[in-house]
Design a protein around this ligand. Structure first.
Ligand code: ZN
Ligand code: ZN
Ligand code: ZN
Length: 376
């Protein structure tokens, strides 16, 4: 599903407006998620240059996608939105981009925004050609815009979340055997199930058992999962370009009182964070709402990461739910709420859902249950 011409026109218009407001004369969009968001086209991360030259709304010029000739057939043309300039194997694409910038930016010292993930080699060559230009990150323009999802994007995020939920439901129902298998084997099975349930790609499948569960970004290892352990499963992937990300923690035997208390605390913190995520509330307040529950239970020092991150075309994008982020939630902001408690060397618990802020209040896109679950 690629975005409609109307959606692209709206996004390009908002980006060009934001550029004019920030005194950015042109934006050079290369690798990363900004390009598919603006054009529907994803560049190959190769040595040949792909770059959208996007002048601000102050310029009369239109956007031009400079693309290697051999990749041009992959571009779905939207002529009313942008034009395509294929470059032949013997042409110099940096010269083409530089000429386009000079013709759209009359200022002697233009301000140019460039994709955060553009190769350094192209930025360095452009800096040599465009002497006098100053450079800023494209994300300063695009991140706040991309963070607010339109209805089609929310629908895509809901669909990919539902697909991940079906895998979480199988896990919670004990249909994914754990005891006696390695973390790596369980991780591979979760990945397989994500694909079976409709994902196009698996981005990660953390399986962290026993003491490994105390490491928030643990990678699945050859450790064999035993009885009476916590197993943190955090997995996600991409479907139609949009990402899923869900965590459930299950137990391979009834947890001792202390671990059960950790679980109930994290579940309560997750609910408090989700409920706090109302339009107009600062991101830092959502973090505080979840953190307060964990601090009051005495586990504060063991909650070592932010409460959540935005999600969309990328797994991690704005807005970040973290102390110090005064950004106020708007309808269409989509993000994870994923508090955790990690007691080093012993155990950890995390619960994560994707939530969207709406005028009617926060809405969880993940529906898999949160109750303490013991599986075989
Ligand atoms: Zn993470
Ligand atoms: Zn996650
Ligand atoms: Zn996450």
């Amino acid at each position: 599903m690629s975005p409609s011409a109307a959606a692209l026109t709206s996004r390009l218009g908002r980006a060009r407006q934001a550029m004019a407001e920030q005194a950015v004369d042109a934006m050079l969009v290369s690798l990363g998620a900004d390009l598919p968001w603006l054009t529907g086209y994803t560049a190959m991360p190769l040595e040949r240059l792909t770059m959208l030259v996007l002048p601000s709304s102050a310029s009369g010029a239109g956007p031009v996608l400079v693309v290697p000739q051999l990749e041009a057939p992959r571009v779905a043309p939207v002529p009313e939105v942008f034009s395509v300039r294929p470059w032949a194997e013997t042409e110099d694409p940096v010269a083409i981009v530089s000429d386009l910038v000079r013709s759209c930016c009359r200022a002697p010292a233009p301000v140019l925004a460039i994709s955060d993930r553009a190769w350094a080699t192209f930025l360095l060559q452009l800096q040599e050609r465009l002497v006098g230009a100053s450079w800023v990150k494209a994300s300063a323009v695009t991140a706040p815009l991309r963070a607010v999802k339109d209805a089609d994007e929310v629908a895509a995020l809901a669909a990919v979340a539902a697909s991940a939920d079906r895998v979480a439901a199988a896990l919670l129902a004990g249909e994914v055997p754990l005891v006696g298998r390695t973390e790596r084997a369980v991780s591979a099975e979760i990945g397989r199930r994500l694909l079976e349930e409709g994902h196009d790609r698996v981005n990660f499948a953390i399986v962290a058992s026993g003491p490994n569960s105390a490491s928030p970004h643990h990678d699945a290892t050859e450790r064999t999962i035993g009885r009476d352990e916590a197993v943190v499963c955090d997995f996600g992937g991409t479907m139609d370009g949009y990402c899923s990300d869900i965590t459930r923690t299950v137990f391979t035997g009834p947890p001792r009182a202390e671990l059960a208390l950790v679980y109930e605390t994290v579940a309560e913190a997750q609910a408090a964070g989700s409920q706090a995520a109302r339009v107009g509330v600062a991101c830092s307040e959502v973090d505080r709402a979840a953190r307060r529950v964990i601090e009051e239970a005495g586990f504060g020092p063991y909650f070592v990461h932010r409460t959540g991150h935005g999600i969309g075309l990328e797994e991690h994008e704005g807005p970040y739910l973290v102390e110090g982020n005064s950004t106020r939630l708007m309808a269409g902001h989509c993000f994870s709420v994923e508090p955790g408690v990690y007691v080093p060397g012993r155990h950890g618990v995390r619960i994560e859902d994707i939530v969207v802020a709406t005028e009617q209040g926060p809405m969880a896109l993940n529906k898999a249950p949160h109750g303490l679950t013991v599986v075989a």
